[in-house]
Design a protein around this ligand. Structure first.
Ligand code: HEM
Length: 407
């Protein structure tokens, strides 16, 4: 049998993963370059490109996990005859590919997790597929952001270099040495394929699903997303703490626009509450809002919400309310503390009621009024409150269950 006839092709699973990952990496390189380096890309399109870039990058990471599992269960076909130096070069390039397939998406993930913009990663741009951010202590965020950005950019272009070496090697084998090369990785080639093992398929699929499913589950169960809440307070409720059912709770606001109450929505928020009616001295509450998720149902105001005259979301991604003094007034309670918006802190007093049902569940409802001018909001647009009222009326209804034994 000739040397050519003894060469075999990769297994089918290896081929599928190879071409899927290759297509995604090429797309990522092109999209990354366009969104980061080409100024003529319109901003509206650029935002979408960033979001797809994150989705495809997480897909590369997931498929790489599957590819490594596949590799552990499948021996690759022996190299076509080549010199020892060529074999060593091919092995080094392949090992570097595996390393970059892990490190490039990981540095991208780290970068968006540390970013001060606090923009969430929504897979396929879907609100229901929130990918968690890696937990990074607030004190380290700036350093991590800078380091991971540098690493991501440099290593991503390193892929380009590896691709050139990889394709040049394959071309040399097929064109100069006249040995099978591309055909080893082409599913419909004439070479006999290496067998696929059922256990290999199973482990690869299960690991990839665990990674994706685990990530999505973590963000559903309170992992860090756009708001790095873990840094702002313990997400683990204390014995007198409350677990809030977000699906049954709402935080909204209204401002009169030209005399008409106009609704505002608050998309992403978290509340950390310790409240025992019999121990008000120890009560405290912290509500953290993703400033970028705040919207207002008016087209004149909306474009300014996040900007310089508004919440300045780029530099102040969080709005935070801290209540650390509680009093009763008849059936009602008052929580007093501060609200922090775009670096400005103003005192706030929040009247609310609390009703318990037989199962111990509590419904807490209340309101608060804030002076937008005191917070520096909309000073340039309407500094006198002529058409946009000065008063922001916040309303909330929280449904919560105690996380531990309570009176
Ligand atoms: C194989 C996967 C990936 C490849 C090949 C890739 C490639 C690239 C490239 C070429 C750039 C442009 C660099 C520049 O010219 O400045 C870039 C930028 C970026 N990538 Fe990725 N990327 C990948 C995965 C990811 C992932 C998983 C995320 C986040 C979840 C991510 C987030 C970003 C961000 C935020 C930027 C902008 C960096 C900046 O300029 O601030 N990337 N990427």
């Amino acid at each position: 049998m000739s040397a050519t006839h003894s060469v075999r092709a990769y297994s089918m699973g290896a081929m599928i993963l190879h071409w899927l990952i290759a297509a995604l990496i090429l797309t990522q390189l092109a999209m990354g370059f366009l969104m980061s380096r080409v100024e003529s890309v319109p901003d509206t399109l650029r935002f979408g490109m960033f979001q797809w870039h994150k989705t495809f990058g997480i897909a590369v990471l997931t498929l790489t996990i599957a590819r490594i599992a596949w590799r552990l269960f499948h021996t690759p076909p022996a190299h076509a005859p080549m010199t020892r130096a060529e074999r060593a070069a091919a092995s080094i390039v392949h090992a570097l590919f595996y390393a970059l397939m892990l490190v490039v998406p990981l540095t991208g993930w780290l970068l968006v997790s540390a970013s001060s913009t606090g923009i969430p990663t929504l897979l396929f741009l879907s609100d229901t597929l929130v990918w968690p951010h890696l937990p990074i202590p607030a004190s380290m965020r700036a350093t991590v952001e800078a380091a991971s950005e540098n690493a991501h950019v440099i290593l991503a272009y390193g892929f380009g270099l590896l691709l050139v070496l990889h394709v040049a090697g394959a071309l040399k084998h097929s064109v100069i040495d006249r040995m099978p090369s591309f055909s080893r990785m082409i599913p419909f080639g004439w070479l006999r394929r290496m067998p696929s093992s059922a256990i290999g398929v199973l482990v690869s699929v299960v690991l990839a699903l665990c990674f994706i499913g685990g990530g999505l589950l973590i963000s559903r169960t309170g992992g860090t997303t756009s708001v790095n809440a873990a840094d702002l307070g313990s997400t683990e409720a204390s014995p007198s703490g409350w677990v809030i059912d977000k699906t049954k709770s709402a935080l909204t606001y209204t401002i009169n626009f030209s005399g008409t109450p106009t609704a505002g929505t608050i998309g992403k928020w978290d509340a950390f509450i310790e409240f025992d009616p019999d121990n008000l001295g120890a009560a405290k509450a912290r509500i953290v809002i993703d400033a970028a998720s705040i919207d207002f149902d008016n087209s004149f105001v909306r474009p300014n919400i996040g900007g310089d005259d508004g919440l300045q979301t780029a530099t102040h991604p969080l709005v935070e309310v801290v209540l650390d003094h509680f009093e009763t007034a008849g059936e009602a309670y008052y929580g007093k503390g501060n609200v922090l918006v775009r670096g400005v802190t103003v005192p706030v007093s929040v009247p609310f009621t609390m009703q318990r049902d037989g199962a111990g569940r509590a419904i807490v409802a209340g309101t608060a009024e804030l002076d937008r001018l005191a917070l520096g909001l909309g000073l340039q647009n309407d500094g006198k409150g002529e058409w946009l009222d000065k008063v922001i009326r916040v309303a909330f209804k929280l449904e919560a269950t105690p996380s531990g034994p309570m009176s």
